[in-house]
Write a protein of this length. Structure first.
Length: 403
C-alpha cells in the first residue's frame, strides 16, 4: 500500500510489520471461529442462501478496506474478520455441493473442478492487482475485487439450487445420472450424526491427511516469495512474476488428475492411496532439495516450489475425494473440520517459520523443509492405512428424524 509507484494516485498507508501481521491474522481468526456455525447453517438452510450472503458480505467488506485503512489501519480488522467468515464456508460448501450434485462415477472430476477455485483466484488476482496498482492506485485493488465478489454472490444465488431435482435447467435424464447409485438421507430432515462421524476411521484418515496438506500448502503459499527474496536473493520484481507459475501448474495437474482418477480401472480405494501418496510424498521430495540450494539458484528453487505445489494438487483425487465417498450428504461437516485444520495452519505455520528460521538462512530453512516433509509422510501413511472409498453406515442409513 505504500509503494512509490502509486503514491501519486493514492495516499500511502504506512503500516508496521506487527500491524500487517495482525490484519492478516484476523482473516484466519474469523474463519476459525465461524466454521462450525457456518456448517450448521449450510446443513439447515442450504448452500444457496448461506454462501450467497457470505460472498456478498465479503465483497462489501473488501470494498470498505480502503476507506477503513485511511481512517486507521485497525479499522480494517472487522472487515478482515468478515472475509474470514466467508472463507470458512469454502470447504464445507465444496463437500455439500459435490455430495448433492456429483454422480459417483464423476466425483473425481467434480471435486477437482470445485477445488480449482484457489488456483484460479491466484492466477486472476496477482496480475490484476499489479495492473490496478500501477494504473489506478492500491485502493482500486480492493474496490474491483470486492465488486467482483458481490456480483459472483448474486450470480450464485440466481443460478445455484440446493438440490438437483429443483433446478429448472436439469433434465430428467441428467437427474437420473446424478442420483444413480446414491443412497443418502435427505439433508433437510436428518440430524448430522456427529458421534458416528467423529469415531469413523476413514474420516480421521481424511482429517489427518489434511494436516500435512494444509501445513505444506501454507508454507509454499505464504513463504515462497520470502524464501526466493531473502534466502535465494531473487529480485522482488522477478519474485512477483514467478509467483504465478506454481498455481498455474497446480491447476493443470489437478484437471488432468481429476479426469484420470475416474477412468483408471483400479479399485477406488487403491486409487485414493495412489493419488494421495503421489500428492504428499511427491511434495515432500520436492521440498527437501530447497534446504540445500545456494544463493543465486533462483531457477532451481522455483522449479522445486512449482513441482511441490503441483504434486499437492493431486490431493483432490485422494483425501478430498475420499471425504465425499465416505460421508456423502454429510460431507459438508467432514469438510468443515478440514476448513478448521486449514485455518489453524494459516495461524500456526508463520510462528513455526519465525521460530525455526528467524534469520532466513539456508541452514535454518533446511530444518523447516525437513519438518514439513516428515509431517507430509506421516499423515499420508495414516491416510493409506485408514482410508476407505465406501459410504459409511451413518452416511447411508437414515438416522433419527429431527423432531
Amino acid at each position: 500500500m505504500n509503494a512509490n509507484a502509486t503514491e501519486h494516485i493514492d495516499r500511502p498507508v504506512q503500516m508496521a510489520a506487527k500491524e500487517i501481521s495482525t490484519i492478516m491474522a484476523f482473516g484466519g481468526f474469523g474463519a476459525l471461529f465461524s466454521v462450525l456455525p457456518v456448517v450448521q447453517l449450510l446443513h439447515h438452510v442450504g448452500p444457496r442462501l448461506v454462501f450467497g450472503v457470505l460472498l456478498v458480505a465479503s465483497g462489501i467488506a473488501t470494498v470498505l478496506m480502503s476507506p477503513l485503512a485511511q481512517l486507521d489501519v485497525y479499522w480494517m480488522l472487522p472487515a478482515r474478520f468478515v472475509q474470514g467468515i466467508a472463507l470458512s464456508s469454502v470447504m464445507p460448501l465444496l463437500g455439500s455441493v459435490s455430495a448433492e450434485w456429483a454422480a459417483l462415477g464423476d466425483v473425481g472430476k467434480f471435486v477437482t473442478l470445485l477445488s480449482a477455485n484457489g488456483q484460479l483466484a491466484q492466477i486472476l488476482t496477482m496480475p490484476l492487482s499489479a495492473q490496478l496498482c500501477v494504473t489506478s492506485g492500491w485502493s482500486s485493488v480492493y474496490t474491483v475485487h470486492g465488486l467482483l465478489s458481490v456480483v459472483a454472490g448474486i450470480v450464485f444465488v440466481a443460478v445455484y439450487r440446493n438440490q438437483a431435482h429443483t433446478h429448472p435447467c436439469i433434465s430428467r435424464n441428467e437427474l437420473m445420472v446424478i442420483d444413480k447409485v446414491k443412497n443418502t438421507p435427505a439433508r433437510t430432515v436428518h440430524k448430522v450424526p456427529y458421534r458416528q462421524i467423529a469415531s469413523s476411521k476413514p474420516v480421521w484418515a481424511v482429517w489427518i491427511a489434511f494436516i500435512g496438506n494444509a501445513v505444506s500448502f501454507q508454507l509454499v503459499v505464504q513463504f515462497m516469495p520470502t524464501f526466493l527474496n531473502k534466502v535465494v536473493k531473487l529480485g522482488v520484481r522477478r519474485t512477483g512474476i514467478y509467483a504465478v507459475i506454481p498455481p498455474l501448474m497446480q491447476l493443470i495437474v489437478k484437471l488432468i488428475a481429476g479426469w484420470a482418477s475416474d477412468r483408471l480401472c483400479l479399485p477406488e480405494a487403491i486409487k485414493l492411496r495412489i493419488f494421495n501418496s503421489l500428492a504428499q510424498i511427491g511434495c515432500a521430495i520436492c521440498l527437501l532439495p530447497l534446504g540445500f540450494i545456494h544463493e543465486g539458484q533462483g531457477t532451481l528453487a522455483i522449479v522445486c516450489f512449482t513441482a511441490s505445489i503441483s504434486f499437492l494438487g493431486l490431493v483432490s483425487c485422494g483425501s478430498m475425494k475420499s471425504a465425499t465417498l465416505v460421508a456423502r450428504s454429510f460431507t459438508h461437516f467432514v469438510m468443515a473440520v478440514v476448513q478448521l485444520i486449514i485455518c489453524i495452519s494459516m495461524l500456526v505455520v508463520p510462528y513455526i517459520v519465525a521460530a525455526m528460521a528467524p534469520d532466513n538462512t539456508i541452514e535454518q530453512w533446511r530444518y523447516v523443509f525437513l519438518l514439513v516433509s516428515i509431517v507430509l509422510a506421516l499423515s499420508n501413511y495414516v491416510f493409506c492405512v485408514l482410508c476407505s472409498a465406501e459410504a459409511q453406515p451413518w452416511a447411508t442409513v437414515p438416522v433419527k428424524n429431527v423432531s
